[in-house]
Design a binder for this molecule. Structure first.
Ligand code: PLP
Length: 422
């Protein structure tokens, strides 16, 4: 296992020449993911939480290369859908290293996961509604079950990522003990779970502490559990001058708040594992001087990286083609006809010119995963780095890919849909 490396990798730490040559070779927009950095992030988590069970929230980046890299560490897979369970299995995670957390699960997801559970009886399913327990029972599931509590506490960098207190997620915490007693005979009750949201930073550790305290109380009241999971949400510094999260402090606060329990602490970081392991490279299409600023139009948009449009998220941006020139204030915008298709407003950037290559930092988490084909725009390619080696991990999508699902009326006059899959 590699050492943990620095607490954070900044955009400025990436090798500029290497990124320039990757964009020349593979085109843009291009995601670049460094597997060595993924390993370092895993190593730091494992060493800060030596006695905890650590799972990676696959939804942050479900690419095969990342999943295989995580699998080679002692970190397990936390899956949010049947598709993610499938990808974790395909990447070599055995069933006993996979947890599936069902949030309002479609029937097809439950069918599929229960089928997988029959082949992998050590797989764990986390449920956030008694209704989901009924639906699992109907499918013959009687395996490892974890109850997701709604702890009444949310945390995170944006309203849209605070899940902890939202009625959508989990069973109200004061009902979990009774429910646990009721399902014990029928299922192998292994854990309780909660997730406050994303973006725990040094500032809102108090919310994290309170969530963990409530979960410790819950674990003691339920009793006889294998684990108590307190979610993910470990923040990363998106701004270049923001301090890195001090994992040791978070770990201390977590242990202290949990209190004594036989159940093992479990954490599920997603973002922390991959965010600073990825950058998005994008070329300048258009430079437009307007009286108040310079609008820099680039070939990546909200379809390549949604976070700024969806969460007002900040991503560091640098002009790799002109490292040393003076900066001008800019608006960096994508090619989609939406006002929210803007990556930055008022951002100083080294005098951008058409054809320059820009890099957007911390794009490894919830980057490619949230990409779409809106505006008939094919999704970017992804290259993975590993030491001196690199390879294309996902080819660039083509317009043919985008239209490949379409059927014309003459080809398929009747509704002859195939039986539905995932
Ligand atoms: C999304 C999610 C996580 C990971 O959140 P991060 O902010 O990426 O660490 C963990 N657990 C559950 C249940 C999630 O839905």
């Amino acid at each position: 296992m590699s050492d943990g490396g620095p607490a954070v990798r900044r955009l400025a730490d990436w090798n500029r020449e290497r990124l320039l040559s990757l964009a020349d070779e593979f085109g843009s927009p291009l995601y670049v993911t460094d597997l060595q950095r993924v390993r370092e992030n895993c190593a730091r988590l494992l060493s800060a939480f030596p006695d905890a069970h650590v799972s990676y929230a696959v939804k942050a980046h479900a690419g095969r290369a990342v999943l295989e890299t995580v699998r080679e560490t002692d970190i397990d897979a936390e899956c949010a859908s049947a598709g993610e369970v499938e990808r974790a299995l395909a990447a070599g995670f055995p069933g006993d290293r996979i947890r599936y957390t069902a949030v309002n699960p479609p029937a097809a997801d439950l069918d599929h996961v229960v089928e997988r559970w029959e082949e992998n009886p050590e797989l764990t399913i986390t449920v956030g509604a008694t209704d989901t327990i009924d639906r699992l029972r109907e499918r013959g599931f009687d395996g490892r079950l974890c109850l997701r509590a709604n702890p009444g506490i949310g945390a995170g960098h944006h309203e849209k990522v605070r899940t902890g207190a939202h009625a959508k997620f989990g069973i109200p915490i004061d009902r979990v003990s009774d429910l646990a007693a009721g399902v014990r005979d029928e299922f192998d009750l292994v854990g309780v779970h909660a997730h406050a949201g994303s973006g725990i930073s040094g500032d809102d550790l108090s919310a994290h502490r309170e969530l963990v305290r409530r979960m410790g109380d819950l674990a003691r009241s339920v009793g006889d559990l294998e684990f108590v999971a307190v979610g993910g949400g470990f923040g990363v510094p998106y701004r270049e001058d923001e301090p890195a999260l001090d994992l040791a402090t978070v770990a201390d606060a977590t242990r202290e708040a949990l209190g004594g329990t036989d159940a093992q602490l479990a954490i599920e970081p997603g973002r922390y594992v991959v965010a600073d392991a990825g950058v998005l490279l994008s070329r300048v299409n258009t430079v437009k001087a307007v009286p108040e600023t310079t609008v820099v139009g680039i070939d990546a948009g909200m379809t390549s990286l949604l976070r700024p449009a969806m969460y007002d998220a900040y991503h560091a941006i640098s002009n790799l083609s002109r490292p040393d020139t003076e900066t001008v204030p800019t608006i960096v915008a994508g090619p989609v006809c939406e006002t929210s298709d803007v990556f930055a407003d008022g951002r100083p950037l080294s005098r951008p010119e058409r054809g320059d290559l820009l890099a957007l930092g911390n794009a490894g988490a919830y980057g490619y995963e949230m990409a779409s084909t809106y505006n008939s725009r094919p999704r970017p390619a992804e290259v993975v780095l590993d030491g001196d080696e690199f390879r294309l991990a996902r080819r660039r999508e083509t317009l043919d890919d985008v239209t490949s699902l379409e059927r014309t009326a003459s080809e398929h006059p009747h509704t002859d849909q195939a039986p539905h899959n995932l």
